[in-house]
Design a protein around this ligand. Structure first.
Ligand code: ADP
Length: 211
């Protein structure tokens, strides 16, 4: 039997649910002394693996079914950093024309936008098409004028690929910037270190079918 590698926190969550089921995410977060937002990625991994079951307005139950789920067993220890691609990044001041050229040259669908080295926006194919249809002077207008600003949906390199796939579906977007937090001048900022897109997930799917 293949043993699923859970993180220490995930194991703690499973133990808490086993002992207290049904239990709400607020109650689990309270027992672990963390916020619900911090708990969410672990809960989504555990429910997608079938180890926990969530029933609306009731709470979480332990099912322990993951042992039978071969695909999840294979994916459970594949992290974002194992499948991410290089991010394609332009500066906020880059013109729309140069951004479109970058999109073609780098063969990507989404470009991330930085200001002074930290992530400040995302621009997709359709964002660029919209600006062209609207008659914008693409040689003059900077990408910062048409990009999507915060909140940007992101992921960290140490998160599970199941969480990344789930986030892409939940927010109906094509890719997630992989970010690293850092502090500068007393502010918390985000540096882009990778990109995870529907293509990365599809490639992984094909690889898993081969193995
Ligand atoms: P397209 O618009 O080409 O279909 P997407 O579905 O990825 O591509 O993007 C839909 C919208 O969501 C766009 O306006 C885009 O700027 C925005 N968007 C894309 N990725 C992200 C992200 N990671 N975080 C926040 N917004 C995003």
């Amino acid at each position: 039997m293949i043993i699923i590698q859970l993180s220490i926190r995930q194991e703690k969550i499973v133990e808490i649910v086993k002992m207290n089921q049904p239990i709400t995410s607020e109650q689990i977060a309270c027992k672990l002394d963390i916020t619900r937002a911090a708990l969410r990625p672990d809960l989504s991994v555990l429910t997608m693996m079938g180890i926990l079951d969530a029933r609306p307005k009731v709470g979480y139950f332990y099912t322990g079914m993951a042992q039978n789920n071969f695909i999840l067993q294979k994916i459970s220890d594949i992290m974002v950093e194992d499948i991410m691609s290089l991010p394609i990044v332009v500066n906020e001041q880059t013109t729309l024309y140069d951004t479109i050229v970058t999109l073609f040259l780098e063969d990507v669908g989404t470009i991330y936008v930085n200001t002074n080295g930290s992530l400040c926006g995302v621009v997709s194919r359709k964002d660029l098409l919209k600006s062209i249809i609207g008659g914008t002077d693409i040689n003059k207008i900077p990408v910062g004028m048409v990009m999507t600003r915060k909140p940007i949906v992101t992921i960290k390199k140490g998160e599970n690929v199941i969480v990344a796939a789930n986030r892409i579906i939940e927010y109906e977007i094509d890719s997630l910037p992989v970010i690293e937090d850092y502090y500068e001048d007393g502010y918390s900022k985000q540096r882009v270190i990778g990109r995870i897109s529907k293509s990365n997930i599809t490639k992984l799917f094909v690889e898993l079918c081969k193995s």
